[in-house]
Design a binder for this molecule. Structure first.
Ligand SMILES: Nc1ncnc2c1ncn2[C@@H]1O[C@H](COP(=O)(O)OP(=O)(O)OP(=O)(O)O)[C@@H](O)[C@H]1O
Ligand SMILES: [Mg+2]
Length: 269
C-alpha cells in the first residue's frame, strides 16, 4: 500500500490528552503485542481523544469508523463498484487499516449488527487475517495493525450487545470522567478558561452526575463541560452558557431541569 494513503491517516499534531491513570501504559503493553483493545465508558469522557493520542504517540495511522445499525460487513470490508471500465474493488476502512498497519477504531461498535461485527473475528485472534469473500482474497494483517473498539455500556438494550465470542477477543478497560481536579485542568487547558470558573463548572458536573439513576440517564459529560467553557470564554454569561450547554441537551424533565438550573445559579451567584 502506498506511502500516500499511510500519510493520509496519520495524526499530524499531538492531540491534547491528560493522562487519568495507567491507561497509556496499559495501552502500550497491549499494542506491543498487538492485542485488540476495548474501551468502555460513558459518552464524552475522553475515549476517542485517548485513541487519537495513542495513535500519535505510537506513530501509527488511525482509521476511525462510526458504527451504526445500518452498517453492513461490506461497509467495513469493501465492495465492487461500477465504473466506466467495469467493476472495480474498493477496500473498506477495515481492509485499508489491515493493509497499511493502521490502528482501526470502531466507535460505538454495539450499534452494528452482530452479523456485521463477526467480520472482525479472524482479525482479532491468532490468525490476524481478513477474508474478502467477494473478491476471493485473504489479507494477512500488516504487523502494525491493531483493532480498537469503544462503547458506552448501559445505554443499549439487551438486544444490542456484543456476542461473547466477540467480547472475548479483546482486552479492555473502563474509562470514566476524570477526577474533579483533573477535569478542571482539562477545561482550562482545552478552552483557556479561568481556572476558578473551570472549577465551578466541574462542581456542576459532579452535582449532575449524582442525579444519574435519579431522573437522569447519564450525567454531564466532560465534552459538555468543555462546551460550556467555550461559550463562557466567548463572552456568554456563565448562567446562560451552563443552561445551554449543560442542562438543555440532557433532560426534558422539568423538575430535573430546575434542580440543575438552581445548582448553576448557586455556583455563579
Ligand atoms: N483526559 C482528557 N484529556 C483531554 N481532554 C479530555 C480528556 N477527557 C475528556 N476530554 C475532553 O472531552 C471531550 C470529549 O471526549 P471524547 O470525544 O474523547 O469522548 P468519548 O469518550 O469518545 O465520547 P463518545 O462515547 O460520546 O464518543 C474531548 O473533546 C476533550 O475536550
Ligand atoms: Mg468518541
Amino acid at each position: 500500500m502506498s506511502e500516500k494513503s499511510n500519510e493520509q491517516y496519520r495524526v499530524k499534531a499531538e492531540p491534547f490528552y491528560k493522562t487519568v491513570g495507567n491507561e497509556v501504559k496499559l495501552y502500550e503493553a497491549a499494542y506491543s503485542r498487538r492485542l485488540p483493545m476495548m474501551l468502555k465508558g460513558p459518552t464524552g469522557c475522553g475515549k476517542s481523544r485517548f485513541v487519537e493520542y495513542m495513535a500519535w504517540k505510537l506513530g501509527r495511522p488511525l482509521i476511525t469508523v462510526a458504527c451504526n445499525e445500518d452498517m453492513t460487513a461490506s461497509d467495513l470490508v469493501g465492495r465492487f463498484l461500477l465504473d466506466k471500465d467495469g467493476t472495480k474493488w474498493q477496500d473498506g476502512p477495515l481492509t485499508t487499516a489491515a493493509r497499511i498497519g493502521a490502528i482501526c477504531y470502531l466507535d460505538e461498535v454495539v450499534e452494528a449488527r452482530q452479523d456485521t461485527t463477526v467480520v472482525i473475528h479472524p482479525l482479532t485472534d491468532h490468525r490476524r487475517t481478513l477474508p474478502l469473500d467477494k473478491k476471493g482474497e485473504l489479507i494477512e494483517a500488516h504487523p502494525d495493525f491493531q483493532l480498537v473498539i469503544s462503547y458506552n455500556p448501559g445505554y443499549q438494550s439487551l438486544m444490542k450487545d456484543l456476542k461473547q465470542s466477540t467480547k472475548q477477543r479483546f482486552t479492555g478497560f473502563d474509562f470514566d470522567y476524570p477526577s474533579e481536579e483533573l477535569e478542571a485542568s482539562i477545561l482550562a487547558r482545552e478552552t483557556g478558561i479561568d481556572p476558578d470558573v473551570a472549577g465551578q463548572l466541574v462542581k456542576i458536573g459532579q452535582a449532575a452526575r449524582n442525579l444519574k439513576g435519579h431522573g437522569l440517564d447519564e450525567g454531564i459529560s466532560t465534552r459538555l463541560l468543555v462546551y460550556a467553557a467555550i461559550l463562557i470564554k466567548g463572552g456568554i454569561a456563565p448562567r446562560s452558557a451552563c443552561r445551554m450547554a449543560l442542562v438543555r441537551p440532557i433532560t426534558d424533565d422539568a423538575d430535573i431541569r430546575d434542580t440543575l438550573d438552581h445548582a448553576i445559579d448557586a455556583a455563579f451567584a
